[in-house]
Design a protein around this ligand. Sequence first.
Ligand code: SF4
Length: 363
Amino acid sequence: MDTLQLYCHVPFCRNKCAYCAFYSLPGADRAQRRRYLDHLAEELAGAAPEPAASLYFGGGTPSLLEPDELAELFDLFSRYTSLLPGAEISMELNPETLTAEKIALIRRHVTRVSLGVQSFDPALRRTLGRDCSQAALDRALSLIRDAAFPHFNCDLIYAIPGQTAAGFAADLERAVAAGADHLSCYALTPEEGTRLAAAGTVPDEDFATDCWLMAGRILAGHGIRRYEISNYARPDCECQHNLAVWRGSRLAGFGPAAASYDGNLRYTRPESLSRWLAGDAPEQDWLEPAARRREIAAVNLRTTAGWLRQDFLQLPGAVEAEWDDLLRRTADLPPEWFDRHDGGLRLTDSGLLFWDTVAAAVL
Ligand code: SF4
């Protein structure tokens, strides 16, 4: 059954990391956060979404909000939205912003936290322009461990200039030792407009591939399996929100820069706090329905579960001929990239490494 997922974008950060291309505002003051919460209340009051299967607070840095602001954020969502039984509620956290008071509050409202560590090596965090002291990171990890959240993700970045294979292996081991049941590990990609891109940083692609292979190997040794190109989890600890979104689930996004999908149209709220506060209309991304289904097909091929024919046909409007077309579009690619058992279409590990090529063929 297609369910609705909710997303809330909290756009504030302490500083701008050197690699970050997300919409985030460094150094926002209390007055700006007040205006944000007031407008979020209006947006939610006007939306009246149906009961949702997940709620994800991302950013930016949701944990930058002060305890009274966080309490207000949770209160807004419980007042204006409802969740299905067993819904997953996630929140992204930044170590420097955490206190015992905030963690206790967050623990009462969320089922899953995601901590932006990026690297346990302070020198590499400096390379990333990541504002996080070792003391803050250690304190955050101990607060999270003591709070015993049902699920805990740790974000890591690899292929950082100056990083070694042994250093990344140590990062993986430290995340597991800290109790993470889920890891998101991304290769450093200096996006246009970031400080790292401006500095001409070019990560070593061969080293990035070595790190990707190593992550799969080391984490599997701890019972943590890759379930998407960049995501790893213990059994039943996968991020349900992301799995649903990758599979084309409907999404209602709130806050500046939040994306939504109504099963037909994708739209993004203004990527500017002032335009969002002024009530500017979201930007629409229209795609012809069959092309939208191919886009969803390509995105979900990033997961190791991939597609079963009957699941693809559950997409609204999907017909048998489109599934056949999907198989035809991938037929000339190397057979070792695919696992086509049980009438399905999934990428093998070697296929996941060439997902870009597969996606280009599917689209
Ligand atoms: S904390 Fe996250 S959202 Fe904020 S600047 Fe850094 S990477 Fe971007």
